[in-house]
Design a binder for this molecule. Structure first.
Ligand code: HEC
Ligand code: HEC
Ligand code: HEC
Ligand code: HEC
Ligand code: HEC
Ligand code: HEC
Length: 261
């Protein structure tokens, strides 16, 4: 079965128009680099006659660890899963933990003339023409490139110190003693000719801490989670992040790294 991997790899490398197919079967269209990882939040917006919210991961992940938002602030790892309400934000929860006019812009602010300026559109931006302060292309200029997704090698960007991740918010994060980080694991490619995968706890812990994966996505004993590539493509296990926010699953060789020969 060695053929399958190499055929796929060759097809991907030489096919200029790789814009689809993140699975063995179903086709998906790949989003543009500035849209990869964007999440539309629309549990309540439409029904309250305001534009749905577009949350961009590219900017926020360049500033904060995944862990801070998805563990300490309690954001779900599923679009719409959190059930944020505007009142929560105003009370300093969820987006409001930062968008409070101190760390980042809030819903509204009094200007020097005592008038209220509203910033609703910056979050409630779906289908609107909004001028953002941070432009994706200007912001990511000079970052090490990657082939898919945001087309940014985030790991290297962090490694090189081009981005500095905040992992704690005073008053919200409860400081804890760090757990010992397990050594790299070698996961089997299972099919002949399929390169094995080196899973680095060290590299993942920088962004994800431990609680983003354990125990919800992976059990904590060796071999407690058994899964296939198809399940990853479907958004489970590694696919809970890869293909949504972390690098896409089309980039086979970023995971299947170990030499076959
Ligand atoms: C920092 C981002 C942010 C800003 C700024 C913001 N909102 Fe929201 N707002 C949200 C999010 C997230 C939701 C939940 C969206 C959903 O699931 O539909 C929401 C929901 C709402 C809802 C739905 C009903 C409800 O009670 O939750 C209304 C109405 C709303 N916002 C009004 C406003 C208005 C008016 C402003 C400006 C004065 C504003 N928002 C500014 C993020 C923001
Ligand atoms: C500033 C906060 C913040 C940071 C940092 C952050 N996220 Fe998120 N993430 C969110 C929000 C908000 C949502 C949408 C939740 C909702 O709709 O209820 C989300 C949703 C997701 C989803 C679900 C997407 C989908 O399409 O269903 C995944 C997967 C995810 N995040 C992974 C990550 C990873 C991996 C990182 C780090 C590289 C990260 N997030 C960093 C706030 C954040
Ligand atoms: C952990 C802190 C944090 C959380 C949580 C957070 N943000 Fe942000 N956000 C920031 C910072 C910092 C900036 C950049 C500073 C600025 O532009 O004021 C930013 C920028 C943005 C921008 C870009 C605005 C522009 O003009 O470039 C949008 C849109 C945005 N956030 C929406 C959201 C929404 C929606 C949520 C909740 C679902 C959220 N943020 C949660 C810290 C956060
Ligand atoms: C990105 C997801 C992810 C993160 C983050 C993560 N783990 Fe794991 N962990 C895994 C996977 C996948 C396995 C299974 C590896 C295997 O089969 O050898 C595993 C296995 C383990 C095991 C059992 C096997 C072993 O190698 O000892 C322990 C203990 C463990 N993790 C602890 C931690 C701790 C402590 C942290 C935080 C420093 C952490 N993990 C962060 C995905 C993760
Ligand atoms: C909780 C989210 C999450 C899960 C689950 C996850 N990853 Fe990652 N992974 C990331 C993030 C974030 C990065 C940083 C790079 C990026 O965002 O593209 C990363 C980077 C990597 C890298 C590059 C690191 C290196 O060694 O150079 C590999 C390889 C990788 N992941 C493999 C895996 C495998 C295999 C699994 C499943 C066993 C997995 N990941 C599960 C979030 C996750
Ligand atoms: C995010 C990391 C990641 C990426 C990217 C990735 N794989 Fe995998 N792959 C895995 C893991 C983890 C396993 C399961 C290993 C185990 O359980 O021993 C796996 C298993 C497989 C298997 C074994 C049989 C099966 O179906 O489970 C094949 C074949 C495979 N992958 C092909 C591919 C191809 C082709 C691509 C690119 C289109 C790809 N993989 C991209 C992580 C990845």
């Amino acid at each position: 079965m060695r053929g399958i991997f190499w055929l796929l790899l060759i097809a991907l490398l030489f096919c200029g128009a790789v814009v689809s197919a993140e699975t063995f079967g179903v086709k998906k269209t790949a989003p543009k680099p500035d849209q990869y990882g964007n999440v539309v939040m629309n549990n309540l917006s439409d029904q309250n006659h305001i534009a749905p919210v577009v949350f961009n991961h590219w900017l926020h992940r360049a500033l904060y660890t995944c862990r801070l938002c998805h563990v300490d602030l309690g954001f779900a790892m599923k679009a719409g899963g959190t059930g944020v309400k505007e009142a929560d934000n105003v009370n300093g929860l969820y987006c409001g933990a930062c968008h409070d006019n101190k760390l980042a812009f809030g819903p509204e602010k009094k200007n020097a003339f005592g008038n209220t300026e509203k910033y609703c559109d910056r979050c409630h931006s779906l289908g609107k023409k909004v001028t953002f302060v941070k432009d994706f292309f200007a912001f990511t200029k000079g970052f090490p490139p990657a082939r898919f997704g945001n087309k940014v090698d985030w790991l290297l960007a962090e490694d090189k110190g081009l981005i500095k991740l905040t992992d704690q918010l005073p008053g919200i994060t409860i400081p804890r003693k760090a757990l010992k980080i397990p050594l790299d694991s070698e996961l089997k490619g299972k099919e002949a000719g399929m390169p094995d995968i080196i899973f680095s706890h060290q590299k993942h812990a920088v962004w994800n801490g431990c609680e983003l994966c354990h125990p919800d996505i992976f059990g904590v004993t060796k071999k407690s989670s058994v899964y296939s590539m198809q399940e990853i493509f479907e958004g489970r296990y590694c696919g809970a992040c890869h293909g949504k926010v972390a690098f896409v699953n089309l980039d086979c060789q970023l995971c299947h790294t170990k030499a076959v020969f």
